[in-house]
Every structure is written in structure tokens, then in C-alpha cells.
Design a binder for this molecule. Structure first.
Ligand SMILES: Cc1cc2nc3c(=O)[nH]c(=O)nc-3n(C[C@H](O)[C@H](O)[C@H](O)COP(=O)(O)OP(=O)(O)OC[C@H]3O[C@@H](n4cnc5c(N)ncnc54)[C@H](O)[C@@H]3O)c2cc1C
Length: 380
């Protein structure tokens, strides 16, 4: 396995870093407090290919690899994890679901404008009473003639209010359990489909999260996404790939927290010397640097396997579990190294500390990653 980035990948990393430093860094706290970023940002992201990173050019994508995808997310998350969450959610879940399981017509109609940043989408799996146990969903879709009638609601949906469309899963045959769930594409403005409450969150505040409600929402039969009854299985396949993105986001966030702490450690003096010369501060920085590098390698390995077309259930779960948990430690140590200044909003340490927790929860909690890993490793 070649662990060296190509010159094209180094160039990609530096151009996304430049974009993040110039277009995101000045607005990070403004967007955090406003609980949203301007829609035009998506067009700017799309100009760099960031809204359709891994999709072929024929569907408006940038045709990059899974490792390139990780590089992009790392660099965005290093500066603004909330924007990275929106980019990861759009690329990794909703757009990926349409790319992987959509018809040619659905790809042309939805994937192209999504990958070009002209539209934004949501992906609705979670419900108020079914999160980790997503298959226990209550939302239903009943076939009536040439239409499906959807009833129910979804909870914690990224871009639930701002999305132009949603990929939603619903029970179409309760008796078939996991294999009786189907996915649908529902456009904003469809009668019976509306956004509910917008969540007021601890972190990742610039990435909008809302409830969405389906009340006798009728969609034409051709809005079924994938094969009837395969919606939940397909969602798990989408999540396998999506988790590599959250792992990369966590690596980037950890790197941002580490970089901020490292810089601070050499400007802050106490007892007449920079705090970065004290052994216990150096040990924190060193331990985080080692853990971040290990997380990055696990993440790239999962991405490289995806690029080879291999199944990544185990490797993606390992990368997501490890990266998110070491990112929590990096963000916490970042606050500690900043002392009292880590606790106030004038320094970035505070925001990394708030944002990071989502990485151990979204797209499957750490406990669920351990279940997934155990199933793969410990099957008797
Ligand atoms: C900001 C944000 C954005 C999100 N975006 C989306 C989105 O766009 N689309 C979407 O569909 N969902 C989204 N989610 C939902 C997210 O995926 C769920 O919150 C997550 O899967 C956990 O589900 P839950 O919140 O219902 O927690 P629960 O499933 O109720 O879990 C509560 C606790 O119990 C533990 N637990 C549950 N089952 C087990 C078990 N078998 N063994 C051990 N421990 C267990 C969990 O690990 C957790 O610690 C988002 C969530 C947030 C916070």
C-alpha cells in the first residue's frame, strides 16, 4: 500500500486549505452564532468540485477518489467542522444514495444539480423513536395507483429546512422487516411534506438540523429510489461509505484543534517561558499528533479499499470509531492547553470542543460502531 500522496493530491489539499482559510475562517463564529451559512457558499464549494467530489463528471461531479474526498473534508473540517458536516452529508449520504441506486433519469434530474451546488438535499433515516435501531422506523409509504402516500416524520435531519429535496426511507411492507423498507425522493414543495422544528444545537450549529414531516404526502411511483424493499439495506451501504467521510471530518477537526493548541503553546508564556516548553504540555501535543496520524492512516486505508471497490463495513466503522474518539480528546486537550482562554469564544478551541461531539454520534454512535466491528470480527 502506497502511503504517499501524489502531487495532484498535494495540490488538491493545498487548494482546499487555501479556500477554507480565505472563505471560511473569517466567518466561522458569525455562522455559528447565526446557526447557518449563506447559500452562496455552496456554489463556491461547487466551483472547487466539493459538492460532487466522487461522482463522475457526466453527472456533474468532480470524478475524484475516496482518498481525495477525505483530503477535501479534512481541510474543510480543520477550519469549520459545521461546513464540513454539510458537505459530508450532502456528498456522502443523499447524493451518494441517488448515485448508487438511482435510475439514469433520477441521476440526471437530481444528481447533476446537487453535484453542481445548485441544489441541496437532505437524507431522512432517523426518527424520534428510532435512531440506532433505524429499522424500527414508523414512517410508512403505501402504494395507491401510480403514487406512493407517505406518512410519518424524521428527526435530526441535516438540511431538513434548507434542502430542496429529501431522500427518505419508509416502511412499505411491515411483515418483511428490514427488507420491507423503501427509499423515495421527495421534492420541497410537494403537498404534505414540510419541515418541522429547527434544532438549537450544542455544536455544528452552522449546519442546519430539523425535523421533517410527511402528512399524506403523495409522490409519483417513479420517485421510488432503488428497488422496492431494499431501502434500508441500501441505506446501510450508503452509511458504509458515509462513515469514511465522518472519519475524515474528525481527523480534520482534530488537526485544527491540535494546530490551534500548538500555535498557542508557543505564544503563551507562564513562569517566564512559553507553555509549549513544559513537559506535560509537550506530552499532550505529542500524544495528539500521534493519534491524529494513526486515525488518518486508518481513514485512508478504508478510503483506499473503497477506491479498489472492496467492501469497507469493518474498516469504515474502525476509522469512524477511532477518529471520532481521538478527535474528542484532541479538542478537549486543545481547550486545556488554552487554559481560561479555551473556555471563551475569542479562541477557536471552544468551538472545536462543541463541534467534535457530533462525530461520535452522527452516522452511527461509537457504541454502534463497536457493534458493527464486533459482528465482523467476532462472528462465531
Ligand atoms: C447534528 C445531527 C445531524 C444528524 N443528521 C442526520 C441526517 O441527516 N439524517 C438522519 O437520518 N439522521 C441524522 N442524525 C441522527 C443520528 O444519526 C442519530 O442521532 C444517531 O444515529 C443516534 O440515534 P439517537 O439519537 O436516536 O440515539 P439512540 O439510538 O437513542 O442512542 C442513545 C444511546 O444509546 C446507545 N445505544 C443504542 N443502541 C445501542 C446498542 N444496541 N448497544 C449499545 N448502545 C446502544 C447509543 O450509542 C447512544 O449512546 C443526525 C444527528 C445529529 C445530532
Amino acid at each position: 500500500m502506497n502511503l504517499t500522496l501524489s502531487s495532484d493530491q498535494e495540490l488538491l489539499r493545498s487548494s482546499v486549505r487555501e479556500f477554507a482559510e480565505s472563505e471560511l475562517r473569517p466567518h466561522v463564529m458569525e455562522w455559528d452564532e447565526a446557526q447557518g451559512f449563506p447559500r452562496e457558499l455552496l456554489a463556491a464549494c461547487a466551483d472547487l468540485g466539493l459538492m460532487g467530489i466522487q461522482f463522475p463528471e457526466q453527472w456533474g461531479g468532480a470524478g475524484m477518489s475516496a482518498i481525495d474526498y477525505c483530503l477535501c473534508l479534512e481541510e474543510i473540517a480543520r477550519v469549520d467542522p459545521s461546513v464540513a458536516l454539510s458537505v459530508a452529508a450532502d456528498n456522502g449520504m443523499r447524493t451518494a444514495h441517488i448515485f448508487m441506486f438511482g435510475t439514469e433519469e433520477q441521476r440526471q434530474m437530481y444528481l447533476v444539480p446537487l453535484a453542481k451546488g445548485e441544489k441541496l438535499a437532505a437524507w431522512g433515516l432517523t426518527e424520534s423513536s428510532s435512531g440506532s435501531d433505524a429499522a424500527a422506523m414508523r414512517t410508512t409509504a403505501v402504494r395507491e395507483g401510480d403514487e406512493w402516500v407517505i406518512n410519518g416524520s424524521k428527526q435530526f435531519i441535516t438540511h431538513g429546512q434548507t434542502g430542496d429535496l429529501i431522500v427518505v426511507t419508509a416502511v412499505t411492507n411491515r411483515a418483511k422487516g428490514n427488507r420491507g423498507i423503501s427509499a423515495f425522493i421527495v421534492e420541497k414543495g410537494t403537498p404534505g411534506f414540510r419541515a418541522g422544528k429547527k434544532e438549537n444545537k450544542l455544536g455544528m450549529r452552522a449546519s442546519e438540523t430539523s425535523e421533517v414531516i410527511f402528512d399524506n404526502c403523495r409522490v409519483p411511483a417513479n420517485q421510488l429510489l432503488g428497488v422496492e424493499g431494499q431501502g434500508f439495506i441500501n441505506a446501510l451501504q450508503v452509511l458504509d461509505a458515509g462513515r469514511i467521510g465522518i472519519a475524515a471530518l474528525a481527523v480534520g477537526l482534530a488537526q485544527g484543534a491540535y494546530d490551534a493548541a500548538r500555535s498557542y503553546a508557543f505564544v503563551r508564556t507562564q513562569f517566564g517561558q512559553p507553555i509549549g516548553t513544559f513537559q506535560s504540555i509537550r506530552a499532550k501535543l505529542v500524544d495528539n499528533a500521534v493519534r491524529i496520524e494513526a486515525a488518518r492512516l486508518l481513514t485512508y486505508r478504508a478510503a483506499a479499499m473503497k477506491d479498489e471497490g472492496e467492501r469497507t463495513t469493518l474498516e469504515a466503522a474502525m476509522a469512524k470509531l477511532y477518529s471520532s474518539e481521538i478527535a474528542v480528546r484532541a479538542a478537549e486537550d486543545g481547550v486545556q492547553i488554552h487554559g481560561g482562554y479555551g473556555f471563551i469564544k475569542d479562541y477557536p478551541a471552544e468551538k472545536y470542543f462543541r463541534d467534535v461531539k457530533l462525530t461520535t454520534i452522527g452516522e452511527g454512535t461509537s457504541e454502534i460502531q463497536r457493534l458493527v466491528i464486533a459482528r465482523q470480527l467476532l462472528a462465531s
